[in-house]
Design a protein around this ligand. Sequence first.
Ligand SMILES: Cc1ncc(COP(=O)(O)O)c(C=O)c1O
Length: 362
Amino acid sequence: MIPIAKPFTGEEEIEAVTEVLRSGMLAQGKNVAQFEEDFAKYCGVREAVAVNNGTAALHAALLALGVSSGDEVIVPDFTFFATASSVCMCGARPVFADVDEKTFNVAVDSVEEKISPKTRAVIGVHLFGQPFDVTPLRELCEDAKIPLIEDAAQAHGATYHGKKVGGLGDAACFSFYPTKNMTTGEGGMVTTDNRDLAVKIRVIINHGQSEKYLHTCLGYNYRMTDIGAAIGLVQLRKLGSFNTRRQETAAFYDDHIPADGIETPVVVPGMTHVYHQYVLKVTPECRLSRDQLAIALRDKGIGTAVHYPIPLHRQPVFEECARKGSCPVADQLAGEVLSLPVHPLVTDKEREYICECINEVT
Ligand SMILES: Cc1ncc(COP(=O)(O)O)c(C=O)c1O
């Protein structure tokens, strides 16, 4: 089976982890500090705070920006659950904005419609590895005097008009889950240019301690381990080559997948897409439905996935929050999207085989 995702780690990561184990300093130590410094530099921002996963990154950033009970935070309806669950973790309510049918990214006019006096922040997601249209959303947030958070969990290294994601909003949140463009096992990072905000986040992720055993707010243990950071330091050095390989495979798919009823990803001018996922749209014009195509490919040994089968406003847990209007584009996409393997370990032969199979069955 060609897997839909596969982490790419090697001898260097094994050596780095072994060194940490031998050092005896397993929790937060010099590797975390170095990883934060290198990641901040990579994103072109002043501060990076390492945490234990991407959800914790979002939760800590929202708390530090003052989101609390009674507030609303606007999030795209078509994204991974954690973009919205992190809002609920602050006691606030996610309000779902619809997305663009071509890029799958948040639709700025839908965000505008959903802004209310209770809106305390907006989270934009660089979905599947392509930046959302930051400038108009940022202007909207500036007019409303609310912060813009980038959910960059799927977009390490993507650029928006030449600038790396991670420094485009008030704060940005990354995930290093094993299927992501780079990994630390589990892990996350908050990046920001705002030093005061970074200080607040460092307190929140360390039990609310402003100094040892002095707890000035309700905090959490969201710290990254030195083991994870050691892996992250190696992976960050490889990220460029990982992303290039993803982009090459995506370009191959763009050229070799037939157009009849199947739409390949649309990349907006000015953006670089780092293809965390390569997502097809299987439209009603295709001979097979999305689910039939997934089954036909599975029978040929090709793993696919649906990101995401249920828009957030239809998730049972968010029933209460879904009252603020519908999201028809997200509904439609949930029935049409299909992700192909695009991770850097997909071989030339495998991608040729995948295209041949799609040609054959459709
Ligand atoms: C868009 C998005 N946001 C947030 C997260 C949460 O990250 P983590 O799984 O590291 O908690 C993910 C992870 O899949 C994600 O894809």
